[in-house]
Design a protein around this ligand. Sequence first.
Ligand code: NAP
Ligand code: MG
Length: 517
Amino acid sequence: MNLSTYKQEEFIDFSQEENVKKLQEAFRKVEAQFGQYAPMIIDGKRVDREDTFVSINPNQPSQVIGQYPVGTPEDVDRAVEAAEKAFDSWRRVPPVDRAALCVHLANLFRKYRYELIALMVLEVGKSWEEADAEVAEGIDHFEYIAREMLRYAKGRKLHPFPGEMNEYRYYPLGVGAVISPWNYPIGISIGMISAAIVAGNTVVFKPSSDCPAISQFLMKIFEEGGLPPGVVNLVYGSGSIVGEYLARHPRIKFVGFTGSKDVGQKIALYAATLSEGQYWFKRTILELGGKNAIIVDSSADLEEAVNGIMAASFGYQGQKCSACSRAVVLEDVYDQFVSMISEKTNKMEVGPVKEHYFCGAVINKAGFDKILGYIEIGKQEGKLVAGGETLDREGYFIKPTIFVDVDEKARIAQEEIFGPVLSVIKAKDFDDALRIANNTIYGLTGGVYSKNPYHLSKAKDEFYVGNLYLNRKNTGAWIGSHPFGGYNMSGTNSKLGGPDYLLNYLQSKTIAQKVSL
Ligand code: NAP
Ligand code: MG
């Protein structure tokens, strides 16, 4: 095992027939187990409840992925207790051994790569390529954070003080909650879990109710990899009951949360409110939504801009926090841009992702209805030039949709829709475009297509986002290269996949020791 180097995982090439065969085989394997019941896992033991919920395939809602118990506050209590017990020994495992275990877990992700891809295609409706990129991201998280742990384990050098030996060391926080969204059921969950556990913390994991099967698979990998019982405990159940109870729990030290702004705001409040018996301030790591803009100026390569914006707006049906949902285009290239992007988008095919479509269904009925509601609003607020329709077949399919001539203050230009809907806004000049781009409550990703060095350097300083992308799409963050986290209501800027991320899960101790000479 080589812990000295970090290398990002390569993607699978699905133009190779043998890789397609492997994926088809994985589809057969995971589908053969569909419909079964799987439990919660607390302290390494199965925990069942009579009350159950199902997970379905959004591209074919009649296909039931599996059944799962609806957890209760008592289950959260048991999970916190198990995590507390495990913390007592896990925190004493040397950082190098925790790091080595993370690398071992990365290898197990490689072993199950095709099955994980198949499950993601079927449970949350990712395209093959998006699903593969996400498994690769899970692997990268483990590999990267393992090396980060070794770096932090060395502590930091302090300014020498006469007659003393001074040290600055990092220690884990304790038991934490990880509450994650469905749109990156591996990438985001593993991002938070890997950092929490490599640092020596233990976790109560409450995944989104839309991806229980994938979360179950993660637990299987942890167990097979030898992660001791109680280090990660899986609790299912509704966010508003189990999630809230967990975030308010007096015995947890931190909440790692990724999800919507509305729930993130609530978590900030829960965590800030002291519960009886709680004698510490909870840390929160909150990574939330966005209303991301890409600016296209007159010097841009329009072909590249159109392709990048389409990929960023319609990849995974626009269900990425980083997705582009506003194109802000300078007036002298506006008409040409609109005609190019609408023509191309109208040709995009939508269909079941299992059959290797790039654009599939959105996550569930609630998401489908919400997006269609915004499309109706969009018809009042702008001019529809692409999509706006559903498919006449089973599944939550919505065609990639574009509204043009949208006012910068329109609801479709301000609110996160989380679906394949792009608003195009006209700007007078580059300063106007930058002002429009910055004019939302969010600040997650942003992009600029331009050859003008003044514009690019101005964007670097004044585009108020955590992740800025120049002359490329604004989605697809590589672990180690594009640390991820936003400004404003997009979150606490925790920078997942970057050199400061592990600090969120550590506390430091200063030790001053007098030495007699
Ligand atoms: P969500 O509705 O906010 O749910 C996220 C998680 O919170 C789920 O596990 C959910 O459980 C739980 N939850 C819901 N209500 C809760 C409450 N009152 N207390 C505690 N937990 C609660 O978000 P989502 O629909 O899963 O994911 C999409 C959102 O995530 C988008 O807004 C997207 O932009 C954002 N996101 C941000 C990033 C980023 O890095 N900035 C990355 C990915 C996604 P249930 O599923 O059981 O309700
Ligand atoms: Mg589902």
